[in-house]
Design a protein around this ligand. Structure first.
Ligand SMILES: [Zn+2]
Length: 301
C-alpha cells in the first residue's frame, strides 16, 4: 500500500508525517522552522529523503500547508504574516528542485480544514467550516466536498471578517476583525481592561482564573464568545454549513467561550440554517495540517 507525505509549516515548527492509502497516520514528527528560505528548502529535501529511505513503501505524492495568502494561479505566496521570507517567493520550482514526486501546495488553514474533512471530526461532511482560534484566527471552507478557493485562492479568510466595526486595528489594515476580537490576544486584552494588572498574562492563564471563579476572566471569554458568535452567524447565513469545527489553543477552554458563541450565532442567523448546523470542537489538533496536506496530495493524484 503506497504512502502520502504531508508538511505543515508553522512560525516555530514544521510538522510532517505519512498517511497510508486509507489515510491512517503511519509516521509523524516535527522540526524547528528554519529562519531562512534556504534552510527551509534544505530541510524539506532532507526530511523527504529520510522518509523515503526509512519506508519500504513508495511515497507517491506530497502536500504542503504553507502559512499566508497563497495565489493558486501563480503558485506564489502573496503575503505570509509570520514568515515574511515567503512573500512573493516562487515556491513551486524551489520545492521541485528538492522533491522528485508530484506535490501540491495550499494555505495552511485550508489544508487543516481538509484534514478534518478527510480524517477528523468533519469526516464525510460535505459542507464544512473549520475555524482555528489561537494567536490568530485561521479558517478553511469545504463546499460540496471540495476546498473553497475563490478566484485567486484567497477565499475563506474568516479571521478578517469584521465583527466589531469600532474594534481594534488589525494587521490586515481593517478594524474589529474576528482575529482582533476572538483570538487569544483579545481575551487577554479584555481581561486587562476589566481587571488592570501588571502580571504578564496568556489566554491560558485567564482561563485558569476564570475556572477559579474570577468574574473578569469569565467575562473576557464571554466577550470573545459574543464576537465569535457574530462571525459564526455570518458564516451560517452565507454557507449553510452542516458542521462548523472550531480548533486551536483557545478551544482548550471551550466551555468558557463556545456556549456564548453558539447562543449568539443562534440569535444572529437564519433559524432554519442554524438548526441544520452543528458547532463542535475540531478533533485532530496539531495533526490536522500534516494529515490534511497528505490527504490532499492523495486525493489530487
Ligand atoms: Zn483583519
Amino acid at each position: 500500500m503506497p504512502l502520502y507525505a504531508g508538511f505543515d509549516l508553522g512560525g516555530t515548527q514544521l510538522k510532517y508525517g505519512l498517511l497510508d492509502e486509507r489515510l491512517h497516520p503511519v509516521f509523524k514528527n516535527k522540526a524547528p522552522t528554519p529562519p531562512t528560505m534556504t534552510g527551509l528548502l534544505d530541510l524539506f529535501g532532507r526530511l523527504w529523503e529520510e522518509m523515503r529511505r526509512s519506508e519500504r513503501r513508495t511515497i507517491k505524492a506530497v502536500g504542503f500547508g504553507i502559512p499566508g495568502i497563497f495565489n493558486l494561479k501563480e503558485q506564489k505566496i502573496y503575503q505570509s504574516p509570520n514568515y515574511s521570507d515567503l512573500d512573493g517567493f516562487d515556491l513551486r520550482p524551489a520545492i521541485a528542485h528538492h522533491i522528485k514526486a508530484p506535490f501540491w501546495i495550499d494555505n495552511d488553514a485550508n489544508i487543516a480544514a481538509y484534514g478534518e474533512y478527510r480524517c477528523g471530526a468533519g469526516k464525510g461532511v460535505r459542507h464544512l467550516l473549520l475555524l482555528t482560534l489561537g494567536t490568530g484566527v485561521g479558517s478553511g471552507i469545504i463546499i460540496e466536498g471540495e476546498l473553497l478557493h475563490g478566484s485567486c485562492g484567497y477565499a475563506a479568510e474568516m479571521g478578517h471578517i469584521v465583527v466589531n466595526p469600532d474594534g481594534e486595528r488589525c494587521n490586515c489594515g481593517s478594524r474589529g476583525c474576528l482575529e482582533t476580537e476572538a483570538a487569544a490576544g483579545p481575551i487577554v486584552r479584555n481581561y486587562r481592561k476589566l481587571a488592570p494588572t501588571g502580571d504578564s498574562l496568556t489566554a491560558e492563564e485567564v482561563a485558569k482564573r476564570a475556572n477559579k471563579g474570577d468574574s473578569a476572566a469569565r467575562k473576557s471569554f464571554e466577550r470573545a464568545g459574543y464576537y465569535l458568535g457574530i462571525g459564526l452567524g455570518i458564516a451560517i447565513n452565507l454557507l449553510n454549513p452542516e458542521k462548523i469545527l472550531i480548533g486551536g489553543g483557545v478551544m482548550e477552554s471551550s466551555a468558557l467561550i463556545l456556549p456564548h458563541a453558539v447562543a449568539e450565532a443562534g440569535r444572529r442567523s437564519y433559524k432554519a440554517s442554524f438548526a441544520c448546523c452543528s458547532i463542535v470542537k475540531a478533533s485532530l489538533g496539531n495533526d490536522a495540517g500534516f494529515m490534511g496536506a497528505a490527504a490532499f496530495a492523495r486525493d489530487r493524484l
